[in-house]
Design a protein around this ligand. Sequence first.
Ligand code: SAH
Length: 409
Amino acid sequence: MKTVSEPSSNSLAHLPVVTLKKRRAQPFFNQHPWVFAGAVSHINREPEPGDEVVVRANDAKFIARGLFNPNSNIRVRLYSWDKKTPIDAAFWSARINEAISLREACIDTEQNSAYRLIFSEADGISGLTVDRYNDWLMVQITSLAISERAELLFDLLMERCQPRGIWLRTEKGIREAEGLECRDGLVRGEEPPPSLTIRENGLPFLVNPAEGQKTGCFLDQRENRRAVASYVARHRVLDAFSYAGGFGITAAKLGAAASVVCVDSSESALDLARANAEANGVTDRLEFVRSDVFQYLEQCRDYGTQFDTVILDPPKMARQQKGIPNALRGYHGLNVLGASLVKPGGLLVTCSCSGQVTREDFRNVLAEVSTTTERRIQILEARGLPADHPVSPNCPENDYLKCFVCRVN
Ligand code: SAH
């Protein structure tokens, strides 16, 4: 573990130097934070995992200060493009402050008690994501260097946010990718209760932050749920891949939808959706179906069942570049089925959370869907992430969410 009193210096002389290959430096001058192993030419000393290093171009020009990980394909994560600003406690404190000030400015906390406080690269803290659920913070660590500084970061978060507790969760696969050893669970204060009622768009939703999917719920769709609700008065709505019913219940409650069918393959997700329907007093208009969405959509097609609004919010379909063609085929098939169930003049709300699939790719999928189904599709809103999930133009990889609200004629 790195300690708070770790000597930091604004001189570069004591730091190991990572020199990049020729013609590989431009993205990093442009503040892209991930230096992959393939871009590195040589390293002048042997830095320990998590150590601060200086990254230089092949002609020795200073690029940035970063943190080293010999075990990860992301060999160095860059944090400070200023020679004189070391990556020390004062640095983390300033970045955390900045991130939290943004949320204080952009989140209506009367309406929303759960939101993202820190979003990794987008907040200049590659490897750290923090979500607030009422009085608890859920922390996800995705880099070794951040996990080595975790105690300091937890202290800073306690001081700045004064939560009742901080809970750590690590996403699948990250431990292996980064060589992490951190253990999930309570790291500060009290445990969050297994069922926490948060407010979203003014509506109550139950979440289990320690065990639910992601850090308890999909905070990234908050604004999209509200936007979709504004179209669905008196609609018969299909909420496919519903998880806890976020889209469907918001449609029923804020949007006055006539009825909503929530479909998910996970019984525990549907249990949560049922509890949320109850908490919002809309059980009379909601139906819950445990099924594979593809099978359900095919059944509807075969029976001629149609909806005024079909919402498709599937899990990530591509994790890596090489998975893109398969993902595009998957989105095509799903959206062909989805669009064919929309009544003429109705709505298709289609989402993709695969960061590898660009907005343009996804729009092209819809163009093909339109051709295949012989239905004219109009994109009314091309939506994405809300302000508490900002996007860094230097690291567009984080701009993962697409949510297109379409009219299907
Ligand atoms: N729309 C949700 C988030 C969806 S997350 C919201 O607004 O919060 C994706 C959901 O899809 C998960 O709940 C998962 O259980 C479900 N899922 C994944 N594959 C599925 C499949 N083939 N059929 C049905 N549900 C599936």
